[in-house]
Design a protein. Sequence first.
Length: 497
Amino acid sequence: MQNHTNNNANNSVLELQTQLRQKKISAVELAQYYLDNISRSNLNAFIDVNAEATLNQAKQADILLQNMDNHQKMPLLGIPIAHKDVFVTKEWKSTAGSKMLENYYSPFNACVVEKLANSGMVCLGKTNMDEFAMGSSNENSAYGAVSNPWNNDYVSGGSSGGSAAAVAANLAPAATGTDTGGSIRQPASFCGISGIKPTYGSVSRYGMIAYASSLDQAGVMAKTAYDCALILQAMVTKDANDSTSIQHPKPEFLAKLNSNWQDGNDNQQPLKGLKIGLPKEFIGDIDSDVQNSINQSIQDLTKLGASVIDISLPRTKLSIPAYYVIAAAQASSNLSRFDGVRYGFRAENYSSLSDMYKKSRSLGFGEEVKKRIMVGAYVLSQGYYDAYYLKAQKIRRLIAMDFLEAFKQCDIILGPVAPTPAWQKGTYSKNPAHMYLADIFTLSASLAGLPCMSVPCGFKVQNNFKLPIGLQLIAPHFAESDILQIANVYQKNTDWL
Ligand code: GLN
């Protein structure tokens, strides 16, 4: 198998965990190392850092690390993590990439932030993102675009672009992200790291600034599938503060990570018996290097014992209009709370209450967000609701049923994450809506609420630089542990980390 190692396994969470256990490094030293990397970086991956708060958390971790029992009980103790700025935090600003929430401090921490802090992780700060998570390139952030660590003229992907760039450039060993229609998987693939979006409902949305509530789901981005499993394990929960959160029926993501598929005993073929479905709609109109990398990964997985069958997800194309109607509709409703009254940006000069609303919203939101609010209000309005929103919801149901049909024939679905690797900044500035088409391979799994992951599988080699390519794995509801197991076998047997 090809060898294209780019040393991503260095400074993995697993490796840092060993160094902390062996006392080769303290949590404070580790936090300081990343804070230094962040301050030297020119990627614009972070919106806020607060070194004092980070080091305080690290000091607490060091105290707990003195007791060896805690190493077993708290496997993430002392490991740093960056949080996407969509998760509210008390000690760091929470802007969601918007001017609307410039300098906003939340009175409480998001459930995800709280759970990871309780598991001993040290927060490094808040990562840049497309405004309110709307975008695929991080160019919609009010705080500027994030540069791709592989070539600074290229986009990091979005909306969790800051998190992806931070992990890829060693500014953090891991980061949280959110994925409404691809925002974990696509930036992970553009930056050459691993990222998983779990089944909708697995992780609480409490304290996650809402974009499209029926699709928004938190997940994790890290160098390896192993690291993702370790951290996701600490994130899943049923939370009384999120009525759509559920008790995950199979939350043991680490248990079978290192075993063969269905406990087979052929170590040359650890994936023997695995049936991979390749949707015919996921091949064809894509960059040739992306296609070649996917073909190569299929060969690699076949050598590892898996068999590949052709399947069809016939409504794939409809995922774009269905998603952009549903997401805009829910965004228009969620974002109505930003009225300049209780919190957030308020325009300075206004003549009446309605003038204050108008000016605050006109100046506080960016162009893409305003566009989606208007589209959303339109598709929900009387007379158009049935034609657009209801229709989109019906298509969503059909898309979900396509997956149920497909999973009768295979255990996992494989395909590209995006039709191309990262593009140059500004590519879509004249035609922002054309960027929506680049979401074609990520939207349908989101609409169906399925767990899905991106893992690095190759590069597009240009004259004097290369751009990473991601492989997407999609599993039935609650089968995160299958995705992570397959991704881990793939990463152990190839060098695409
Ligand atoms: N690119 C998609 C959008 O703009 C998905 C974003 C996301 O998953 N948050 O809505």
